[in-house]
Each structure stands twice: as C-alpha cells, then as structure tokens.
Design a protein around this ligand. Sequence first.
Ligand SMILES: Cc1ncc(COP(=O)(O)O)c(C=O)c1O
Length: 411
Amino acid sequence: MNVNLIRKDFPILEKTINGHKLIYFDNAASSQKPIQVIEAIRKFYLEEYSNVHRGVHTLSQRASELYEEARSIVAKFISAEENEIIFVKNTSEAINLIAYSWALQNLNRNDEILTTLMEHHSNITPWITLSKIKDLRVKFTKVKSNGELDYEDLESKITNKTKLVTVTQMSNVVGTINDIKRIAKIAHEHDALVLVDGAQSVPHMPVDVKKLDCDFLAFSGHKMLGPTGIGVLYIRGEILEKLNPTMSGGGTIKNVKWKEAEKTCIIDWAIGPEKLEAGTPNIGGAIGLMAAIEYLNKIGMENVRKHECELVEHTIKRFNELEKTKLYGPLNPKIRGGIISFSVGELDSHQVALILDQFGIAVRSGYHCAQPLHQILGAKQGTARASYYIYNTREEIDKMIEILKKVEEIA
Ligand SMILES: Cc1ncc(COP(=O)(O)O)c(C=O)c1O
C-alpha cells in the first residue's frame, strides 16, 4: 500500500487551510473522494444517464446494467448475494427501514430490543420511537470504562423476549471493534436477529456477513470514498423474502390490478430487493459507490486495516507525551479502529478543534451523535475526534501532537 500514490488521487489533500496544508482527520464523519469516483459519476451523467428498470431503450438498459452491476459489486464486497442488497440513502435510513418494516411487521407488545450504550443516535432513536408505537422494551448493554462492550452484561440482558440485538461493529467515538460473531451466537441461541451498524467498520476493515452471521448490516457510501446520498442495507435472503414494504410505489411491485368487483387495487409486491427501493433510486450514487469499492478492492481491505492499525499504534505511543490530554477507548490497536477521541484538560472540545483548524487540521468535536456514551465516559465537554483513512500518515499525526502540546499550555 503506497500512501504517497494514494494521496495523488485526492487533490483536496493539497489544499491549504488557514495557511497550512490540509490534514484531514474527519473521516469518521465523511471521507474524501478520489478522482476515480468523481470521474465515474461524471461519465455516467455526461454519457450514460437515463432512468433504470422501466425503459427498453439503449440508455435505460445501460443505466440499469450499471445500477445492477453496482449491487453485485457491493454484494461481493461484504460476501452477500446480489438479491440481499438494498440501496438506501445512508446508514440512518437503513436502520430506520428495518425498524419500520421488519420490526413493525414482526414485533409485538412487550417484545425486547437489545442495543448498547455505545451506539450512534441513529441506532438508538428509531428503536425508542418504535418502542412507543408498539409498546416494546429497549434495553441497553453497558460499556466498560475502557470503552469495551460488557459482554457479560449483554448476556445477562438477553431473554426469550429479545427479538433483535442491534449493535455497532465499530464505535464512532472510541473506535472499539465489537465481536459480532460472539454477539450473533448469543442472539441466535435466543432466536433473536442481529442488526450490525457497519457505518464505521465496512469502510475500514474486511466485513463478511456470512462469517459474522448477522441478519442485517447497514453502512453509508460517503464514509468509504463514495458520494453522499447512497448507502446499503443488507438483509439476509430468507428474511427479505417475507418482508413487505412500508414505503412503496413505483418499482416495489410486480402487479397492481384494478378489481372491478371490489372497487380497489390488489397489489403483488416485487420479489427482490427492489420491493424496498420505492421510486427512482440514486443511480449516480450507486455508480459512485461501485467506483469507490473498486478503488478499495485494489488496495485490499486487509491493507486498509493494517495501515490504520499502524496509525493507531503510533498515535497511542505519541499521546503518552501529552500530559493533560485524555485519550478514550481501548489501548489495544487489535480491537480498535482508526478513531481517536480525546479531551484536553477542561477545554471545551470545540475550542480544541478550532485551534487545530488554525493549523489546517480538520477534526470533529462535540458528542459525535453518541451523547449517552459521552455521559458514561464522563466527557461532559464532548471530545475532539481525529479519525483516519487510507491517505493519512504518521507525519500528520506528529503535527497534531505538536499542536496539542501547545493547546495543553492554555488548558
Ligand atoms: C456508527 C455510526 N452509525 C450511524 C451513523 C450515521 O451515518 P449516516 O449519517 O451516514 O446515516 C454514523 C455516522 O457517523 C456512525 O458513525
């Protein structure tokens, strides 16, 4: 993996911000895009654009071919089948889709959903909202003070009323990588299904839905070199077969027939993933995501993970030189992704981010849509978060450490 060569594909990294060369450490929020992805989208709109599925003319056939090729590339990337891949807007929409289709259709009063206190709000709020509609109970697995999930607590909270265990594979705050295989085993022993929030894991490490043995997986294109507005929901085939759409319309049906005798329409839903893709999909987005996956495949996801492990190891080592800076999460790079959240003395996290920005370093600050986790970690002022990707280097981390030493002087 040649980071210098990779960086050439991302012209934005040459940009000067506040008089300094940009150091982009906000990848957990959204990644930058390589020229190859931008070109694929440009080519589609300039030369191949048309709507999909409903046209017999050449351009519509071509657009359909590309859209379905994207589905197939996504499927291979996570070792799923093509007909198990639904294109959505993002991870949030994917989780909501499961809440308002599978869960709404299958869960009953007093059923339980087990999640964790490590989740992004997108994997908390849909369940709380649904629990009020259907009178369900949402339970939360504890997180240890070192940012690891408390598996014993998870096991003690699962019951025969638990119908879904929904958990992130990688925390977007402390970077913890959760043992999904272990969680899936526990869940399936109780006949509960498993939803994995892969927003932070799928872009950064090999993910195989068969090996994980999960039932649903959600992720976003924009965090993995792809464009905004396109995400993926994997649904295990036999579950998808029995699911009825809650958002329906064009594309989701096989037949809509007028029954004169009954004075109404009788609907036959489509069989495949399209039954959950109402209306014209984000065709350009899917094509951009396909180019992003092809780019990542060329590097190899094992190499992406290895590179980020090295960056994490380097960061943890260099953070030892800081006196007032507190690093959250596990110190073992083997169970941690390239996400580093920290606080400097009593300084507000936004203040830390603003100072780093003066030196061209883009980090996120606040609660990163995971307020309960910050409460548990005791990070009242929020945290500053540096999150890495394929184009980040040790030198960039070193520069951040030097600035943090200066920040400590005013903390
Ligand atoms: C773990 C996790 N889940 C869900 C989301 C929501 O992703 P999106 O905003 O693309 O829907 C994020 C975004 O940061 C995330 O980090």
